[in-house]
Design a protein around this ligand. Structure first.
Ligand code: PLP
Length: 397
C-alpha cells in the first residue's frame, strides 16, 4: 500500500465531508418495493427509485430470471463475437426493437455502456455532435470518447441555440443531435417535435436516450417518442433496462439494421467486454412482456403522479410541472436540501436531495419519483411526512 497516495485520497474525502457532499450508501435488505427495510434507517417508503412500474419484484419477472439462471448457467465467460451470445440475447433484442418500433436493437451491460459504445463508433473525422447541456453524464462521456467529432453543446431546451449550432456545423456529416427524452433533474421532456423538425431541416441524425421515459411516458409506456407521436422519425434510441423495465441492469441501442450491424462490428464494449448476463436478459424480456400485457400500469403510474403532485400543492409546496414520474421540489440551498431529505428519512420517507454541482447553484431540490406500485395509503403517509418536515424546516407556514 502506498501511504502517501492513500493519505491524498483521504484528504480529498475529508474535503467532500466538509462540503457536505459526501455520499453515504444505505443498504436495503430485500427487494426494491414501495416500502423497504434499510439497515441504516429502518422501514421506509421509497420515493427515490426508478422502479416506475413496480416490476423489479413482479413475481413473473423474478421467475423469469431464475429460469434463466437454470437454463443458461452463470454466463459464457466470453465476449459476444467470440462465443458469448445466447439465443436469449437475440430474442430480447428483437423484442426491444418490436417494442420501440425500430428495425433492430443491441443490448449492452448498461445504458452507460451503450452510450459510450455508440458515439465513438459512429463519429468519424468530419462528423459532429450537438448535445443538450443538461444531458446525462453517460452521453457526455460518450461524446467525449467521440474525439474525432466536432462537439457543441446547446443551451438546455433552447431551440434557437440548437439551430445556430446546426448552422455553424454545415458541411459536417453526419451531424448528430442528442438529447435525453426525460431530463432526470427536472422531470421535463425534451422538445422532440422541434428537435426532429430541425434534424429534418438540416439533415441531422437524432439520438434520444429515453432511460427515464421508457415505461413512463406515452400512452402505452413506449416512451417520449410515443408521447409526441413521433414514431419512425427518431433515428437512434438508447435506453436502460435498469429503471422501469425490471430495474436489474442493462441498456440498449435501437435503430436501423445498418446501425446495429455497425455496432456489432466495431463498438468497443461489444468487442471487448462480456454481454448482459442471461438471467438479466430473461427478467428484462419478461418485464417488457408484462408491460405490453398491462398498459394499465402506465395509467396507474400517471394517476399516482397526479395524486402526489396535487397533495404536495395542497400542502403549499410548489413542485416543478412536468409530464414524467419525476416531481422535484426546488428548495434553493444544497445544505437545506440535504437536511430536508435527512429529516424525511427520519420520518420514514426515502427521497434524495440534490444540490450543486449536480444542479445549478441556488436550485437545490428534493426529487421525488413515483411508482405505479405505491398505494394511496403509502402516498398519504409520505405526504404527512412532507407536511411535518416542511413545517419543521420552515418551507411551509
Ligand atoms: C439512468 C440513465 C442512464 C444509465 O443507465 P444504466 O443502465 O444504469 O447505465 C443513462 N442515460 C440516462 C438518460 C439515464 O437516466
Amino acid at each position: 500500500m502506498n501511504a502517501a497516495f492513500d493519505a491524498k485520497l483521504n484528504a480529498d474525502l475529508d474535503k467532500l465531508k466538509a462540503a457536505g457532499t459526501y455520499k453515504q450508501l444505505r443498504h436495503i435488505t430485500g427487494p426494491m418495493a414501495p416500502e423497504v427495510h434499510m439497515e441504516e434507517a429502518g422501514d421506509v417508503i421509497v420515493l427515490s427509485s426508478n422502479n416506475y412500474l413496480g416490476l423489479s419484484d413482479e413475481p413473473s419477472v423474478v421467475a423469469a430470471g431464475k429460469a434463466g439462471l437454470d437454463k443458461y448457467g452463470a454466463g459464457t465467460a466470453s465476449v459476444r463475437f467470440i462465443c458469448g451470445t445466447f439465443d436469449i440475447h437475440r430474442i430480447l433484442e428483437d423484442r426491444i426493437a418490436a417494442f420501440l418500433g425500430t428495425e433492430a436493437a443491441l443490448t449492452y451491460v448498461s445504458c452507460w455502456s451503450a452510450n459510450t459504445g455508440l458515439f465513438p463508433t459512429i463519429c468519424e473525422e468530419g462528423s459532429a455532435i450537438v448535445s443538450d447541456e443538461l444531458n446525462h453524464a453517460s452521453i457526455i462521456d460518450g461524446c467525449r470518447l467521440a474525439s474525432k467529432a466536432k462537439r457543441e453543446r446547446y443551451k438546455h431546451g433552447d431551440m434557437a441555440d440548437l439551430e445556430a449550432k446546426l448552422q455553424s456545423l454545415r458541411g459536417c456529416a453526419p451531424i448528430l443531435i442528442v438529447t435525453d427524452g426525460v431530463f432526470s433533474m427536472e422531470g421535463s421532456l425534451a422538445k422532440l417535435p422541434e428537435i426532429v423538425a430541425l434534424a429534418e431541416k438540416y439533415g441531422a441524425v437524432t439520438v434520444v436516450d429515453d432511460s427515464h421515459g421508457t415505461g413512463v411516458t406515452g400512452k402505452t409506456g413506449r416512451g417520449t417518442i410515443e408521447h409526441f407521436g413521433l414514431e419512425g422519425r427518431v433515428d437512434i434510441i438508447t435506453g436502460t433496462l435498469g429503471k422501469a423495465l425490471g430495474g436489474a441492469a442493462g441498456g440498449f441501442v435501437a435503430g436501423s439494421h445498418a446501425l446495429i450491424d455497425t455496432l456489432i462490428q466495431r463498438s468497443r464494449p461489444q468487442l471487448f467486454s462480456n454481454a448482459l448476463p442471461a438471467t438479466v436478459a430473461c427478467s428484462s424480456l419478461q418485464a417488457i412482456e408484462y408491460l405490453d400485457a398491462h398498459p394499465e400500469l402506465v395509467e396507474k403510474l400517471r394517476a399516482n403522479v397526479a395524486y402526489f403532485r396535487d397533495g404536495l400543492k395542497r400542502l403549499g409546496f410548489k413542485p416543478l410541472e412536468g409530464e414524467s414520474a419525476i416531481v422535484p421540489i426546488i428548495v434553493g440551498d444544497t445544505a437545506f436540501a440535504i437536511a430536508m431529505s435527512d429529516a424525511l428519512l427520519k420520518k420514514g420517507v426515502f427521497v434524495t436531495g440534490f444540490g450543486f454541482p449536480v444542479v445549478p447553484e441556488g436550485t437545490a431540490r428534493i426529487r421525488t419519483q413515483l411508482s405505479a406500485a405505491l398505494t394511496r395509503d403509502e402516498m398519504d403517509r409520505a405526504l404527512a411526512a412532507f407536511e411535518t418536515v416542511g413545517r419543521d424546516v420552515g418551507l411551509l407556514k
